[in-house]
Design a protein around this ligand. Structure first.
Ligand SMILES: Nc1ncnc2c1ncn2[C@@H]1O[C@H](COP(=O)(O)OP(=O)(O)OP(=O)(O)O)[C@@H](O)[C@H]1O
Length: 312
């Protein structure tokens, strides 16, 4: 779009600070190419959502594009700030977090200047799914772009978010290793838990669920293809449940994940549907796009919604 006005929401803390360098490079190109932009920096957790909702209220809908520079958490905030309004403005995204799973899922380059070039050369929006969730008991709702997890992965997210080695590892572009160290330590702490699931009206109960992740596309935890066949624009959601396993089985399962062989394991259960409902009665950790949802009993309903993204 030649006359586009880019509203840039930038999180300098994403990727434990590696996003700062990306922003310097991106801004220089915008200046050199005389691109019209306004930059807004997130100043606190949750600010991305506030900025996005302010931008959408004041923006010229025909020419405005919101450009997010940050990780999955920043994109998550922006999508939640826009809510249903996002149907009227496309989102451009330059991934510079530690995991960048949404970028992998939709095929956005993780090299900032390549991603920028594809944004500036785009002539029309692309449509992808994101997921709307409702929490029955808490009367809460929101959106996620990657996944919502209950149990093991959520406990890993909590552990990683509070780990002191995340920043150090990110500096050496080894962010995925901080997930790995949390994965191993959480394995010995997480207990199996009961869960009721409903996929397009079909109910099933698991007594010993361990990992329960509903996903919009294949990737989680910084590039692990946990649900290899998930497709980000098919209008369908994918759910993986792994039931309680011992440590050797767990190691073997995680070693097989990069090769997408884990889906054949007996304790791995995959489901796909348009509407997915989950009810976990016990207190468990929850996470949405790597953001902690707290420890509680979850009663979720998920459904995909379409959103416009701006890149070639
Ligand atoms: N000014 C700020 N101070 C502290 N935290 C912030 C600030 N602005 C944003 N945040 C928080 O930074 C966190 C990390 O951002 P983000 O998730 O985008 O990057 P990441 O964790 O490095 O990447 P990924 O989610 O792709 O692994 C988010 O939870 C966001 O709320």
């Amino acid at each position: 779009m030649n006359n586009a006005h880019y509203h840039i929401i930038f999180n300098q803390h994403a990727g434990s600070g590696t996003s700062k360098k990306a922003w310097q490079q991106v801004e220089q190109v915008l200046i050199d190419q005389h691109i019209l932009y306004t930059a807004y920096e997130t100043e606190f957790i949750g600010h991305g959502a506030i900025l996005a909702s302010e931008i959408i209220q004041n923006e010229q809908k025909e020419t405005g594009i919101i450009l997010v520079l940050g990780g999955d958490g920043t994109l998550h905030e922006v999508m939640n700030g826009l809510g249903n309004e996002q149907t009227s403005i496309p989102i451009a995204y330059i991934p510079c977090g530690s995991g960048n799973d949404f970028a992998r899922g939709v095929g956005i380059s993780r090299k900032p200047l390549v991603a920028l070039e594809k944004i500036l050369n785009a002539t029309e929006a692309k449509t992808f799914d994101i997921v709307h969730y409702k929490e029955k008991e808490q009367l809460k709702e929101g959106y996620f772009v990657n996944n919502i997890g209950i149990g093991f992965d959520a406990a890993v997210v909590k552990k990683t978010n509070h780990s002191t080695n995340k920043e150090a590892l990110n500096k050496y572009k080894l962010g995925s290793l901080s997930y790995l160290s949390s994965v191993i330590s959480v394995f010995f702490k997480q207990k199996p838990f009961p869960i009721d699931i409903e996929i397009d009206g079909q109910q099933q109960h698991f007594e010993d669920a361990y990992l329960v992740t509903t996903s919009n596309h294949p990737y989680f935890g910084g590039g692990v293809p946990i649900i290899p066949n998930a497709v980000v624009d098919d209008g369908l959601l994918d759910l993986i449940i792994v039931t309680k396993i011992n440590f050797l089985y767990f190691l073997w399962l995680f070693m097989m994940m990069p090769f997408k062989k884990h889906t054949a394991f007996k304790r791995v259960h995959l489901f796909q549907g348009k509407v997915i409902k989950l009810y976990s009665p016990t207190l468990e950790d929850g996470q949405a796009d790597g953001e902690e949802l707290g420890m509680k009993s979850f009663d979720f309903e998920f459904q995909t919604v379409k959103r416009q993204f701006w890149f070639r």
